[in-house]
Design a protein around this ligand. Structure first.
Ligand code: S3P
Length: 173
């Protein structure tokens, strides 16, 4: 595949499969992947949970914004955003400048199933219920949908099906 002259930004609620799909696009298309949470944790030498605990959410959000600025000079990357990255409108503006925004969705039940055994999401720790997930998802729905160039449902679908749909929709934009 010809290198893209833009970046693909994967957005969506926690547990919608952003990291998994980014890895798959890396394997299949050789696109370089940027896992925002992982880079932030590595640079700070702290887990995301500890960053939230020690410095607070706002500090973490600043780190996300500055990492996105670094992406402005790059192309043909798959950026797996944190679930809250698009909540700041300036982040969405940046993504739109040199990218296409792909929103991954899943039902609260699917999300609960995917996140129930992990402990690296401070916003869901002690809140792992369908009703909490639905509530936070509803608060963010409009923001996610307004940011997205394309929307892909991931419930019950394979990585290949999801990636094929992403590529098909991107090429038809
Ligand atoms: C967050 C999502 C997490 C991580 C942080 C906050 C959010 O990323 O950035 O815990 O606000 O939705 P994932 O969506 O990769 O779990």
């Amino acid at each position: 595949m010809k290198p893209l002259d833009y970046n693909i930004y994967l957005i969506g609620f926690m547990g919608t499969g952003k990291s998994t799909i980014a890895r798959y696009l890396n394997t299949v298309y050789g696109m370089e992947t940027v896992e925002m949470d992982q880079i932030i944790a590595r640079r700070e030498e702290m887990s995301i949970s500890d960053i939230f605990k020690v410095y607070g959410e706002e500090y973490f959000r600043e780190l996300e914004t500055s990492l996105l600025s670094e992406m402005q000079t790059k192309t043909n990357m798959v950026v797996s955003c944190g679930g809250g990255t698009p909540v700041r409108s300036k982040n969405v503006e940046q993504m739109k400048k040199n990218g296409r925004i792909v929103l991954l969705t899943a039902s609260p039940e699917t999300i609960l199933e995917r996140v129930k055994n992990s402990h690296d999401r401070p916003l869901l720790e002690n809140n792992k219920t369908v009703s909490y997930i639905s509530g936070l998802m509803e608060q963010r729905r409009e923001i996610y949908e307004a940011a997205a160039d394309i929307v892909i449902c991931t419930d019950g679908r394979s990585k290949k099906q999801i990636c094929d749909e992403i590529m098909e929709k991107l090429f038809n934009l």
